[in-house]
Design a protein around this ligand. Structure first.
Ligand code: SF4
Length: 619
């Protein structure tokens, strides 16, 4: 291939304080493309077999895609792959911002970090210059302070991946936060704790190289064909961001309320993108994105009062607003900002706080147990007080720092934790979109709406090349097993090429994705082959997850969603998942009845080739 890739991976050994370049294995590259798929392969081939998530042998991979760093719209993204300490299984997080582009411009397709540093450190990748710097002065600081300090120390042009106090304290809700106040996160699964276990406070990357493009004229032509339409069709995302859908989600019975129990939340409008629009200070575009769904606001957190920073996202409104019965936009915004600066995942933090609030309601914990902070529904001051305590593992925060599953078990009521595989549900209800039940149950990293993004195709999105020519009925089960598999495979592709899923709202289709790949790399692929690659990626990640202990018994849903009618606009509807559905899905995928891909499936998808190719020799 003549473009898109540098065919070069930077491998850093924190223990030894050394780094080396490794030639990107062509076999793995061609079978898995980049981002999520290639990141998973690099993780497997650089981790010590059987290493626990917080052990030095667990590699941490940052992988860009073949299009990252080019002008392909929305491709300025990267994937972080590692073993998740929250699920103790396969973990990954897709992030936008500028880090992936900086990595590519530094001349690397991916960065693999192995071992643990002997002291608090920051990894600096300045083009070909790679070094570890002491970070004793940064340890304990929040991500905005660290980002600012690094930019002052290193100079301009760097992009950063950082942990806050949550990651340092091995909190299982910890994120990796990119670019400080911009807060583009690799979220879910406690990825920040893996970085903390390595005593790695941050990674700063800068590069000036131009990513090679096979056919620049073809790329320009594709830009002309797609970018104006993308801007026009996704104008709602630009104007109101992901929070533009808050009120619609409430009306559709999608927004989670009071730990997934209630059916309506009349205050949704006050937390919507339309309400937030009045307080914006600007809009944010990830590198190379014509949509620009990010928004900036003035922060109201200690130490950063009045500073510009990331505005609310839909998921944060759901997890830290309606889920906890918080109705004051100022408080919800402050709670999300606190999570960002401390390096906590807003979804998992909200989900865990909701479990604690329900435990408080049931009398399983008292205000005395919770350090005098009264975790009752709607108490914003309590939420704001508890978030830093979780990040610092202080007092009752220690009991919440390992997530909802462990906390619920500690009070003898596992059913209060609304999670799958140990990861809290995002703010979309499977009782409102039937595809989500199977999607959450079978997502490789735990409850995840993005590894399938299926609900988008029950709402407004289409993808004609895979038969989704019109949005499907959200309550009708017909064809949904096939649809869930197809959208999971499709998202495996998005996460590996590193297109943003929101580009679907801008009209990006599978044919165009293939055309972009051809223009950038020279590789010709039709849509069938693309979908086979997506299936390979999804199946490969499942295989890794099963080797880490995931099996059929983990492919389940919280009982509450299967048996409790939440009322409202989804009255009478329950989440859709049973043994027959799971069997049909496994059969369709070519997995056995324990959910393990069969030998025949592994061969059909050439996944067996991945174990043969092995790491390439040093370049
Ligand atoms: S649509 Fe939003 S999240 Fe996606 S790349 Fe653009 S700015 Fe980033």
């Amino acid at each position: 291939m003549s473009g898109g890739y540098w065919n070069r991976v930077l491998v850093v050994d924190l223990q030894q304080g050394t780094s080396r370049d490794e030639v990107l294995n062509a076999g793995a590259r061609d079978l898995l493309l980049g981002g999520s798929g290639l990141g998973a392969w690099l993780w497997e081939h650089h981790s010590v077999s059987g290493a626990g998530a917080l052990e030095p042998g667990n590699a941490l991979v940052f992988a860009a895609g073949p299009l990252t760093g080019t002008f392909a719209p929305t491709s300025g993204r990267h994937e972080v792959v590692t073993r998740s300490p929250a699920t103790d299984a396969y973990g990954e997080g897709d992030a936008g911002g500028t880090f992936g582009t900086a990595l590519k411009r530094a001349g690397y397709d991916a960065l693999v970090i192995t071992g643990s540093a002997v002291r608090a450190s920051v990894l600096v990748v300045d083009g070909d210059q790679v070094r570890l710097e002491d970070a004793a002065d940064l340890w304990g600081k929040d991500v905005i302070d660290v980002d600012t300090a690094l930019r002052t120390r290193l100079g301009g042009g760097f992009s950063t991946a950082l942990i806050g106090p949550a990651g340092e304290n091995l909190v299982l809700l910890a994120n990796i936060v990119h670019d400080g106040a911009d807060a583009r996160v690799a979220g879910r699964g406690g990825l920040g704790a893996v970085m903390g276990s390595k005593l790695l406070k941050g990674v700063a990357v800068r590069g000036t190289k131009q990513v090679p493009v096979h056919d620049p004229d073809a790329l320009k032509q594709l830009m002309r064909e797609t970018v104006p339409a993308m801007r026009e069709q996704a104008i709602g995302m630009h104007l109101f961001g992901t929070t533009g859908g808050v009120q619609r989600a409430e009306e559709a019975g999608d927004l989670p309320i009071r730990n997934w129990r209630d059916g309506s939340f009349p205050q949704a409008a006050a937390l919507s993108g339309q309400a937030i629009a009045e307080r914006l200070t600007g809009r944010y575009h990830c590198a190379g994105c014509p949509i620009g769904c990010g928004r900036t606001v003035r922060l109201h957190v200690e130490g950063h009062e009045g500073q510009n920073g990331a505005g609310l996202e839909y998921e944060s409104v759901g997890a830290l607003g309606s889920l906890l019965m918080l109705t004051d936009l100022d408080v919800v915004e402050q709670a999300a900002s606190l999570c960002n600066v401390f390096g906590l995942d807003t979804i998992s933090t909200g989900g865990t706080l909701a479990t604690a609030m329900e435990a408080r309601e049931l009398g399983l914990v008292t205000a005395a147990d919770t350090d005098g902070i009264d975790l009752v529904w709607g108490n914003g001051a309590a939420v704001l007080a508890m978030i830093p305590r979780i990040a610092r593992r202080q007092g009752f925060g220690t009991r919440l720092a390992d997530g909802s599953r462990k906390f619920a078990a500690s009070v003898g009521h596992r059913e209060l934790a609304i999670e799958v595989k140990g990861m809290e549900l995002p703010a979309h209800d499977p009782r409102a979109y039937v595809s989500l039940g199977l999607g959450y149950a079978t997502a490789t990293r735990g409850a995840c709406h993005l590894q399938g993004f299926s609900y988008a195709f029950e709402r407004a999105a289409t993808m004609p090349e895979i038969g989704l020519t019109a949005p499907m009925d959200r309550f009708d089960h017909t064809g949904k097993v096939t649809m869930v598999k197809a959208t999971q495979d499709l998202m495996g592709l998005f996460d590996s090429l590193k297109f943003c899923k929101f580009a679907i709202y801008g009209g990006l289709n599978l044919t165009q994705m293939g055309q972009f790949l051809t223009a950038v790399t020279g590789r010709r692929v039709d849509t069938d082959e693309l979908m086979e690659i997506g299936e390979r990626i999804y199946t490969y990640k499942r295989l890794l997850a099963t080797r880490m202990g995931i099996s059929r018994e983990d492919d389940t849903l919280p009982e509450r969603l299967l048996s409790t009618d939440r009322g409202g606009s989804v009255a009478g509807h329950l989440a859709w998942l049973d043994a027959d559905v799971l069997n049909e899905y496994y059969d369709l995928r070519g997995w056995d009845r324990l959910g393990v891909p069969t030998v025949a499936t592994v061969k059909r998808l050439n996944i067996d080739q991945l174990s043969i190719v092995g790491p390439a020799p040093e370049g």
